[in-house]
Every structure is written in C-alpha cells, then in structure tokens.
Design a protein around this ligand. Structure first.
Ligand code: ATP
Ligand code: MG
Length: 415
C-alpha cells in the first residue's frame, strides 16, 4: 500500500485575519481524504516571505506532498513563487512560451501587460507548469532536487481556478494511494437528521463504504462513499449500500448529488403540465426566488405576491374574519392564502407561508412557529412547523419544507 502524507499551506493575509474563509483548504482536504492521502497539518500564513518560507520548510520536513494555495498573482505581496524558489534553493527563469501567452492574454483584452506580470511566467528548473485556462498564472508542480521524493504544488487562490487546476492538471499527475473512489449523495426532505440516523441503523457505523448524514438547509443529505483499487470496483462496493439506504429512506429521497429540490419539483410540474403560484408572508419572496432560480421556470411558475400586512392578505383574498378569529399567523390564514394563490393566479397549485421569523414573538406565538399551506386539485392542506434558528434560517427552512410538501403532493402521496 502506497502511503502519502500531505500538508496544506494557505497563503494570504486576508485568510489570516479572518476576512475570507479558507474554503480552498476544506475542498483540498476532502479531495485528499478521498484519495487515501493522510493530512496531519494545515497552516495559514500571511503574505510574508520569511514566514511563508518557514511554513514551507517545516512542511517539507514532515510531509511528502506540500500544497500551497494563493499568492500566484503578479503583485509584490504575491510571494509563493519566491518562497518556493528560496526553500528549494533554485533560481526562477522566465519561460518564454508562457510569457508570450501572458502577453497574448492581455492583448486579447486590449491591454498592455504590466511588467510585474512577467513573474507569472517563472519556472524553476525542477518545476512543471500547471495550465490555468481561466486565469493568468499557471500553477507549479515542483519535484525539488533539494528534497528528493517530495513534491510541492502551488495553486492559485481564486477557488474556480484552483478547483479546475486540481481536477484537470493534478489528479492525473500524482500517484494517489487510493486509485478508486466513488461517492453518491442522497438528498432527503421532510425528515430530521436523528430520524434518518435511526432508520439507517448500523449502516452509519461501517468504514468502507461509509455512510454519513449532513443536516443542510434543504434537508438531510446522506453520503455513501467507497474506496477501492479502481473506480469501477468502488462503485460496485457502494452499490448494495446505496440500495439499502434508498430502501430505508425511499419516502424522503427527492434527488441525488447536485439535484436541487426546486429543480426536481420543476421537472415534475413540467412533466405533468401543471403550474404553481405563491402568496408569501414570512418568506418575503424567498420561495418564489427559489422556484425561479431554475432555468425555464416560466414554463410552470405563474407568479405570486408578498402579502406582509393583514390588509394586504385581505386584499389578496383572505377573509378578515379568519384573521380576526385565528390571527395572521395561523393554519386557517395560511390555507386561505394558498387557496387565494391558486385562484388569483390560476395555477394548478397554490402555496403559502406565514409565521414568526423572530427575534421577537408575534401574536403571542413563539419564534419559529410557521404555517405552510398548499392548495391543489384535491383540496388544500396546511401544516404547522416549529423551527429553530435565526430569521434567515427560519425563512429558508420554511421554503424547503414547503417545496417538500409540494414535491410529496406531486408524487401523489400527500399529507
Ligand atoms: P490573484 O492573481 O487573484 O492575486 P492569487 O493566486 O495571488 O491570485 P490570492 O491573491 O492569494 O491568489 O487570492 C486571490 C483571491 O482568491 C482572494 O482574494 C480570495 O477571494 C480567493 N482566495 C484565496 N485563497 C483562498 C482560500 N484559501 N480559500 C478561499 N478563497 C481564497
Ligand atoms: Mg494575489
């Protein structure tokens, strides 16, 4: 078994001071784990040559693969190349081919290349350039003569450039301990994480394939991951476990991997040639925002309204007596709002939200008391939710709970 020990160094004063979050390191750590690479240390260091060198030296002393992120830009505080050159004791030389490419990049934008950008065309005698088709600076893969058997990788800071370089340039250049990795994420709605864990039982205790649950704003995700000598074998290993998870959670699984609930619901509406409209109070338009976040949503989203005051709810069709008797935050009002959405906008389905986003209670109802309602061809239905979290969280959870309700109605297994 090949073992490989990696270390991550993120360079940037913005990272150090907490102005941006080190999400690149999180991505890389997950990627390394998936390939069987051990990671013992991760360092964040500011834009400082001496300290960057110190971090690099220390990492080279204890890891086989050192991945440095950021600091590949053209400015004086972009020092990653300088630091690597110093630590491996090599002198950078300008690669004329890259320099010509850089010049062409600027010229294609009608600009002259500033002189300082020429350092982005540097290479070391022991470094290989990693192409960066969506940015200016290539990355580096260094196999330094000064540290036999070790590798240093330099990746750009901007996450899209970094990820693309990682996938397209690096994955194929390094002999990873785990050649085959397979993972699948099952996305559920209308079930809590503890209930999911309970239904999965002993499945979550196995190491390979592993089964892990994540509570996300759009429901609980269940990730099944397997490692094996090849990707095909890994997927074969994962298959029966995926089936077991599907069997345990079938009523709640709306999609896989990158599927979104709004997309899944949209596809069902389109397939049924049905439409939807919403009258929102609590969610203030967030529900329609989520529904219309999908390309082609005009095929099934008719429209909607945000009725935040009682008066506006009445204007859109809620009976004032209902509000007087039960309050604007009530099952009864939610139902009438959903029915009004359906009749006013002439859609197959009408959706509605009302509730207390906090931080203060309202109408004597506790923060997180939410009513969602759906009106459709078979009648209407409202549910009470008791949500926890701050305003934004409560609003977002409401949106996904209601999309989940619509999804279940569209599958014909309502309420
Ligand atoms: P540039 O040519 O844009 O200067 P660079 O390779 O020098 O690229 P940095 O200057 O370190 O990279 O970072 C550029 C931007 O990339 C940062 O402002 C930040 O938005 C993002 N970024 C950098 N490092 C990280 C990180 N570790 N995690 C997430 N985003 C990052
Ligand atoms: Mg920079």
């Amino acid at each position: 078994v090949v073992t490989l020990l990696a270390e991550l160094i993120s360079i940037g004063t913005e990272l150090l001071l907490g102005e941006i979050i080190d999400s690149n390191a999180a991505f890389l750590a997950q990627q390394l784990k998936a390939r069987g690479v051990a990671l013992h240390w991760k360092t964040v260091v500011g834009d400082n040559l001496g300290r960057a060198c110190e971090a690099l030296e220390r990492a080279l002393g204890r890891a086989d693969l050192v991945i440095v992120g950021g600091g590949l830009g053209p400015t004086d505080d972009d020092l990653t190349r300088e630091a690597i050159a110093a630590v491996v004791g090599e002198t950078p030389v300008i690669d004329e081919g890259y320099l010509a490419q850089l010049r062409a990049f600027f010229e294609s934008r009608g600009r002259h290349m500033p002189a300082q950008n020429s350092k982005q065309a540097w290479l070391l005698p022991s470094s290989e350039a990693l192409a960066n088709p969506i940015g200016t600076a290539p990355g580096w893969l260094v196999r330094p003569a000064s540290h036999p058997g070790k590798m240093i990788v330099a990746l750009p800071g901007p996450p899209t450039e970094m990820k693309r370089m990682w996938r397209e340039q690096l994955l194929g250049r390094i002999a990873w301990p785990v050649a085959g990795f397979y993972s699948r994420t099952l996305r559920t709605i209308a079930i809590g994480e503890s209930h999911v864990t309970e239904l999965l039982g002993a499945l979550t205790q196995a190491a390979n394939p592993s089964v892990a649950t994540y509570a996300r704003r759009d429901g609980v995700h269940v990730r099944i991951a397997a490692s094996a000598p090849s990707q095909d074998l890994a997927s074969v290993l994962a298959a029966p476990v995926i089936e077991q998870v599907e069997a345990s959670l079938s009523r709640y699984i709306y999609g896989y991997d990158d599927d979104s609930l709004a997309q899944v619901v949209g596809n069902l509406l389109k397939a049924n040639t049905q439409s939807v409209a919403a009258i929102e109070s609590l969610t203030g338009g967030l529900l329609l925002d989520e529904l219309t976040g999908i390309a082609g949503a005009s095929a099934y989203v008719v429209g909607g309204a945000v009725t935040y005051t009682d008066q506006m709810k009445v204007q859109f069709g809620v009976n004032p007596a209902t509000i007087a008797a039960h309050g604007a935050i009530s099952r009864e009002t939610a139902l009438e709002m959903a029915e009004a959405a359906r009749s006013r906008f002439g859609s197959t389905w009408g959706l509605a939200t009302t509730g207390v986003a906090g931080p203060d209670p309202s109408e004597g109802k506790a923060v997180g008391t939410v009513y969602i309602a759906i009106a459709g061809p078979m009648g209407s239905h409202a549910s009470e939710l008791k949500l926890i979290g701050e305003r934004r969280t409560i609003k977002e959870r409401t949106v996904f709970a209601l999309l989940g309700l619509l999804w279940r109605n569209l599958r014909g297994e309502a309420q």
